[in-house]
Design a protein around this ligand. Structure first.
Ligand SMILES: O=C(O)[C@H]1O[C@H](OP(=O)(O)OP(=O)(O)OC[C@H]2O[C@@H](n3ccc(=O)[nH]c3=O)[C@H](O)[C@@H]2O)[C@H](O)[C@@H](O)[C@@H]1O
Length: 293
């Protein structure tokens, strides 16, 4: 936005987002912020829609599953209706969760997944799956220009400190001097993508000519015990690591196959976990008021 002549309208219901993250832009002549819930129709004139709405932390979506599935179904229908009315291109941020507890590893886009349709995570994973279906139905039936990104676990500065996802939990716990809570068995894996890499991938997808779905994530794969050990070593070597109970349907492994993103978007992540964690630590220190000794 800084270098181009684009105007940006952000619509947020603040269910999980915060105005603080937009402070820098509020008052800018080409920026507009609207308090709006996408489960209601939105009447604006735009050329591109980044449909990012939905609680993404398991803690938040399990807290309000009905709101979550409404956002994925009604919210996506509303955004597609908007795209159809004004002829805009629309990008959906889908998720690695569409692969469920994957039986194929790493996961290519061609894998259809192993998902529980009636579990506690279903509002999110089945919700995003139906959102993908709606995107393709509008594309085939109405010729809407669609883009679908499947995002793999993303982290970075300005995340909600109490978001509940693993990277923010471990960093906040280390800074507060609390034990790092590794959910059992601790051998489950995730692949963590730094936020600036993610934004670069999403913008390339929007500007390119591929509908997707395309995996956008960092293939560097870690067990949760390895992640805890890394945070401990980088932030507080004397902190305790505590094993705690897990929640149902936690995927045992997850790693993106990013061959398609490399080939069609010319994209691959640049920031390694050990480089990204300190950048997030710095931001969390400021917000928690914990200085580095
Ligand atoms: O980004 C993704 O690909 C998707 O994954 C997330 O789900 P999940 O990977 O389970 O996110 P976390 O809550 O961060 O959990 C990751 C792993 O860390 C573990 N964990 C979590 C929190 C904690 O304090 N300790 C801990 O060991 C969990 O058991 C899980 O195995 C969310 O569903 C979505 O944000 C997202 O679409």
């Amino acid at each position: 936005m800084q270098n181009e002549k684009n105007e940006v309208i952000v619509a947020d219901n603040y269910f999980t987002g915060s105005k603080d993250n937009l402070k820098k832009w509020i008052g800018h002549p080409r920026f507009e912020l609207i308090r709006h819930d996408v489960t209601e129709p939105l009447l604006v004139e735009v050329d591109q829609i980044y449909h990012l709405a939905c609680p993404a932390s398991p803690i938040f979506y399990k807290y309000n599953p009905v709101k979550t599935i409404k956002t994925n179904v009604i919210g996506t229908l509303n955004m597609l209706g908007l795209a159809k009315r004004v002829g805009a291109r629309i990008l959906l941020t889908s998720t690695s969760e569409v692969y469920g507890d994957p039986l194929v590893h790493p996961q290519p886009e061609s894998y259809w997944g192993n998902v529980n349709p009636i579990g506690v995570r279903s509002c999110y994973d089945e919700g995003k799956r139906v959102a993908e279906t709606l995107m393709f139905d509008y594309h085939r039936q109405h010729g809407i220009e669609i883009r679908i990104a499947r995002i793999f676990n993303t982290y970075g500065p300005r995340m909600n400190i109490d978001d509940g996802r693993v990277v923010s939990n471990f960093i906040a716990q280390a800074l507060r001097g609390e034990a790092l809570t590794v959910q059992k068995p601790g051998t489950q894996t995730r692949s963590f993508c730094y936020v600036s890499d993610m934004v670069d991938g999403l913008m390339r997808l929007m500007e390119g000519d591929q509908t997707g779905p395309i995996n956008i994530g960092n293939p560097g794969e870690f067990t949760m015990v390895e992640l805890a050990e890394t945070v401990k070593e980088l932030i507080k070597p004397d902190i305790e690591i505590k094993m705690v109970e897990n929640t149902p349907d936690d995927p045992r492994q997850r790693k993106p196959d990013i061959s398609k993103a490399k080939e069609v978007l010319g994209w691959e992540p640049k920031v390694k976990l050990r480089e990204g964690l300190p950048l997030m630590e710095e931001d969390f220190r400021l917000r928690l008021g914990v200085s580095k000794k």
